[in-house]
Ligand binder design. Sequence first.
Ligand code: ADP
Length: 401
Amino acid sequence: MNVLVVNCGSSTVKYQLFAMDGEEVYQVLAKGLVERIGIPGSRLEHKFGERVFSQERDASNHRIALEWIIETLTSGETRVLHSISQIEAVGHRVVHGGEKFTGSVLIDETVLRVIRECADLAPLHNPPNILGIEACQALMPRVPQVAVFDTAFHGTIPEYAYIYAIPYEYYEKYRIRRYGFHGTSHRYVAERAAKIMGRDLRELRLITCHMGSGVSFAAVKEGKSIDTSMGFTPLEGLVMGTRCGDLDPAIVFFLMEKEGLSAEEVEEILNKRSGVLGISGVSSDTRDIEDAAPSHHRSRLTLEIIAYRAKKYIGAYYAILGGLDALVFTAGIGENSSFIRYSICKGLEHLGIYIDEERNKARRKEAFLNEDRSPVKILMVPTNEELMIARDTWRIVEELR
Ligand code: ADP
């Protein structure tokens, strides 16, 4: 079954075309992205086999971008399919599934309506996801489409962990609660970690650490997320590229008053000008911070804060999991930065976490990073959200046949 995986952002469409012969048996036929949608000079980059093709053209909306992608997949020298009719299913990444979706679903009118209703909760993310679904429905009206939600894996978090201590009626009225994000990534790396360890996921206590430009940790017990650091929005939790993470909410009102700022302006500061960028004043990219650190106090401080706050979450999740079998690192920082992984793990030997300096030099491949004597395993697992979406889509569409 040929499954097209689509991930629409506000000005981008990322795609991957999988030939699936089963959950574990698959081939990536092509992958790529269109960027600058709605901005002059849109650009497509398409990788197939060892080859890379790029093209510039104006794509004023997501539908035109998807037509461009399908044309690239089915014609000329970039062709990997004979025609659009060979696309047998489409899997969409959808950021917010609200409380309704705790797993992936076949998209019908009701599902689409609920995704639209969730747009209030994810105003930056769900609207482009909806545009992508509508465009694919228009271009491939008879092809089944599946939605895979970033929030779904965290649907198992218990009520006492997702309710905030504010008047309960705001939960009833606006569904203000912890949702959590990066769920597809946490689920993927948890499943891989169990396989690599040769253990059954249902008997493991894991902390999965997704550290990219957005950062979230999840406590995964017996294969289920029982808590995660992102909350009502992706702003809560650890220090991120430009997001502040945990904060005394009183700071918001203090800043509004002292600086004469509106709610939107403070929101912008906390989302776009805080985190690694805000503390260091150098960059939101931890590579730049690691380079600057030897001669720049605020860059060094940034790295110390990242590690310190990560340790606090590991301690908290160790407590609620009732122990720990493995710590799993993934995403841009988690897969690349030996320094940040080391500074997080160092000092946690009293929890049974012993990182091996030599093994920790590994990058972007599945590997154990712990010393042999370490009771807690430390793993690096490159994430693969697209594969997870392709698998869910394949499984749901197979069942229809
Ligand atoms: P996104 O969350 O946008 O999908 P990624 O998971 O690709 O992003 O993570 C991007 C981040 O990963 C960069 O901003 C950078 O901080 C970090 N990163 C990537 N490569 C390295 C590296 N070699 N060393 C340190 N940090 C890195």
